[in-house]
Design a protein around this ligand. Structure first.
Ligand SMILES: [Zn+2]
Length: 419
């Protein structure tokens, strides 16, 4: 009979964890302080090797699946029981920083190493996952690894993914040494008892309120759409206003409809963005004949997001009808939001209370692998503050103390769930 997790003296090696974060940051396609590790690039491959070694150094058994998700396991006393898992990603968008994702992978290794040092003997196995391609840089779709694990991305769709150079996921994963059919990536039901992802907040709330730990109750569901508007071009001097079918003017109305739908939604969490807006021919003396927009629409509630979407569609169709512009409106992706699991959230809150750390229940506005893990097991996330809420830029920063607190909360939570 091992000691109950409450009695354990769990000490996280804050300096060692920071050293590993700094070491992994040097594995990059761009010179420091920039971190760039695009999926299956040479830097990503070396980053993966670093992760495997860090897992082995933490005394964990390493396994890899057909898409390159890496699993590091500490076998529990009852190996038949579902494991308690944690993890995140180590791929990084171009010009990123060193904490996004990395804190959740190396922090989980340190949490397990700390439990080992404390003499903890888990009943359930403990597992750390490094998810493949959380960032959408390579394929235009994020969370490829966790989507496949959760079965929300079909193998057919995954096989059809292509990068900018036309290379398929199958080609790239084979070149990276990932073997086996993609079908095998999907987790059997009940595979994990629970999943907790440690991550920097990527927002300003915790820092502003001076609270070291955030606990995620809901993750906003992202959706995105591409809109192509076909009008009629012509000479800017010769085509009189009543005869115009201006694709840009129609596109501008679509963009304003996105803003209006988000601003007047019943949910404060609805956000709508037109991040891409291109026109042709793009000459000062020519009426734009074509406009291309990409819309990002997110919400923590699916019903309000759907209503906002319907309003955008209606307003866009009406504007195009009035202007005699043809509209092609296509969904790129639409993921439902996820709810944090109440019991897992309470376990994190108890860990915070035991450690004397203030915590705050919050919403994750960015999406993470947890959005997909939540489909297959009870899930929550642990957020730590980051400087000015900055992320996806080289200045991204979380203090060593906050990183260590996050790992400590993770260690206590995983111990209580696995005991
Ligand atoms: Zn991330």
């Amino acid at each position: 009979m091992s000691a109950s997790p409450e009695d354990l003296a769990i000490t996280v090696d804050a300096a060692g964890l920071q050293r590993r974060i700094d070491e992994l940051a040097l594995i990059s396609e761009a010179p420091a302080p920039v971190v760039t590790r695009v999926l299956f690039s040479e830097a990503d491959q070396r980053g993966r090797e670093y992760v495997r070694k860090a897992a082995r150094d933490a005394g964990l058994a390493v396994r890899e699946d057909a898409v390159g998700n890496i699993f590091a396991r500490w076998e529990g006393g009852e190996p038949g029981l579902a494991a308690v898992a944690s993890g995140s990603h180590t791929d990084a968008i171009p010009n990123a920083g060193r904490y996004d994702g990395v804190v959740g992978v190396l922090g989980a290794f340190e949490a397990l190493a700390a439990l080992k040092r404390a003499g903890f003997r888990p009943r359930r196995s403990l597992e750390v996952v490094m998810f493949t391609a959380e960032e959408p840089t390579r394929f235009g779709l994020g969370c490829v690894g966790s989507r496949l694990m959760a079965g929300t991305l079909s193998v057919e769709k995954a096989a059809a993914l292509r990068d900018r150079d036309g290379r398929t996921l199958d080609e790239l994963r084979a070149a990276a040494g990932c073997a086996g059919p993609l079908e095998s990536v999907r987790l059997p039901s009940g595979h994990y008892h629970s999943f907790i992802e440690l991550h920097i907040e990527q927002g300003p709330v915790l820092e502003a309120r001076g609270i070291p730990i955030g606990i995620v109750e809901r993750i906003a569901g992202p959706s995105s759409y591409r809109v192509t508007l076909q009008g009629e071009g012509g000479h800017a001097g010769a085509v009189l206003m009543p005869a115009r079918h201006d694709a840009l003017a129609a596109g501008a109305q679509v963009a304003l409809a996105v803003e209006r739908a988000a601003c007047t939604s019943a949910s404060p969490d609805t956000v709508g963005t037109v991040g891409v807006f291109r026109i042709e021919p793009g000459a000062v003396n020519s009426v734009p004949f074509r406009a291309y927009l990409e819309i990002d629409l997110r919400d923590t509630r699916l019903d309000t997001r759907k209503r906002a979407y319907a309003r955008i569609r209606r307003a866009a169709a009406a504007a195009c009808r009035r202007r005699g512009v043809r509209m092609d409106f296509e969904e790129i992706n639409a993921d439902p939001p996820a709810e944090g699991d109440p019991k897992t959230i309470e376990a994190v809150e108890r860990a915070c209370a035991r450690l004397g750390l203030a915590s705050l229940r919050m919403v994750s506005r960015a999406y993470h692998d947890s959005l997909f893990m939540a489909r297959v097991c009870p899930t929550t996330m642990v957020f730590i503050p980051c400087l000015n809420g900055w992320s996806h830029r080289p200045e991204e920063y979380a203090s060593p103390g906050h990183v260590a607190s996050g790992a400590e909360v993770l260690a206590h939570t995983m111990a209580s769930l696995a005991a």
